[in-house]
Design a protein around this ligand. Structure first.
Ligand code: NCD
Ligand code: ZN
Length: 348
């Protein structure tokens, strides 16, 4: 089975910095055209000047021949992101969105806010400048069960904002529940990114056969029922849903530790996993919309004219590498090895 699709875009990726950036960036550059790069460094990227410098470091770190690879930057919504900074971001040409993190919800989110309502002047400037708001939708209320936190944040924060500001376009990032799917469908100006791991895994996969820290991410992978809702939305052809891998590398020493960091490194094999999900759903005819056009159109771009060829092997080949090693010898576990043995990808 052979399928050609326009070169995909990754509308949510963590490329990190320094040694980790150097180790991972080629895995995104190999398969993707646009990459919307998340700003949760320490300190966070919260000014246009820092975003431009980070953009230069990313471009300089690409070690393969990937002329079409175009990182688009994001700003981290902090009090430093004033309405003037929002306008400068919109004029910069390299900033694709501004990201809200609830403080404490995930990796390097301490600079975030408690409520979207605390950022109204910036949000109004974003609506005016047509700058997308990207939301990590997860309550940090310790009284709430972890599997209910996305829905709680959507209902208390994102829904009211969408109702109040129809001019502000919003991407609900890494949707993990049917609540997220339904909210995106409900509002014209709402969109949703979905990851390969939320499409392919359920919470039992994390816990049922030994604890698998490699599957721990935020928002936490939820139930089988929620996964089915994500697959139905992604494979439906609905233009509001698109791929954002949320590829988020952590060194094994921090990932398989007593307290494991949240984040799954899926840049190398995320497309293989996504293709297998669409294959299992009998929906490969909708793959290109999800990986290569819906997100492009949401962010004001045309789908790529170049193609990626995907081939599903009748019998899986040998398992490819499952660890990446950085320059100083740190290791990172790769997600999607089984799917990568099933699919071969070639840039045409
Ligand atoms: C991300 C990271 O490690 O930067 N982790 C994750 O589990 N997804 C942060 C994020 O997107 O929440
Ligand atoms: Zn992320």
């Amino acid at each position: 089975m052979i399928l050609d699709i326009p070169v995909p875009d990754d509308w949510h990726v963590h490329l990190r910095d320094d040694e980790m950036l150097a180790a991972v960036v080629d895995h995104s550059a190999a398969w993707f055209r646009f990459a919307l790069v998340m700003p949760n460094l320490t300190p966070p990227i919260a000014s246009v000047a820092h975003a431009i410098e980070y953009h230069e470091r990313i471009v300089a770190a690409v070690g393969i021949d990937a002329p079409a690879f175009s990182p688009l930057m994001t700003l981290y919504l902090t009090p430093a992101v004033t309405p003037a900074e929002v306008r400068a971001a919109a004029d910069s040409g390299v900033i694709g969105g501004i990201k809200f993190y609830p403080a404490g919800a995930t990796t390097n989110s301490d600079a975030g806010g408690t409520s979207l309502r605390d950022f109204m002047p910036a949000l109004e400037a974003m609506a005016e400048a047509r700058m997308p708001l990207l939301v990590h939708a997860e309550s940090t209320d310790p009284a709430l069960d972890i599997f209910d936190r996305e829905a709680a944040f959507l209902e208390s924060e994102v829904g009211p904002l969408l109702a109040q500001m129809p001019e502000l376009s919003v991407t609900v990032e890494h949707i993990s529940t049917s609540t997220g799917i339904e909210m995106v469908k409900q509002f014209d100006q709402a969109w949703g990114s979905i990851t390969p791991h939320h499409l392919s895994c359920e919470r039992s996969d994390i816990l049922a056969n030994g604890l698998r820290p490699e599957l721990y991410c935020k928002p936490v992978i939820n139930s089988a029922e929620h996964r089915r809702a994500l697959v139905a939305a992604a494979t439906s052809g609905n233009p509001k849903f698109f791929l954002g891998t949320d590829s988020a590398p952590h060194p094994l020493s921090q990932k398989e530790a007593r307290v494991a960091k949240a984040g799954i490194f899926n840049a190398p094999y995320g497309l293989h996993v996504t293709a297998e999900v669409f294959h299992q759903a009998g929906a490969l005819d909708q793959l290109a919309a999800f990986t290569s056009s819906n997100g492009a159109i949401r962010y004001g771009r045309s789908p790529s004219k170049d193609c990626l060829r995907l081939e599903r092997l009748d019998e899986p080949g040998t398992d490819p590498a499952d660890l990446l090693t950085t320059a100083s010898g740190q290791q990172v576990r790769l997600f999607g090895v089984a799917e990568a043995a099933r699919w071969t990808l070639t840039r045409l």
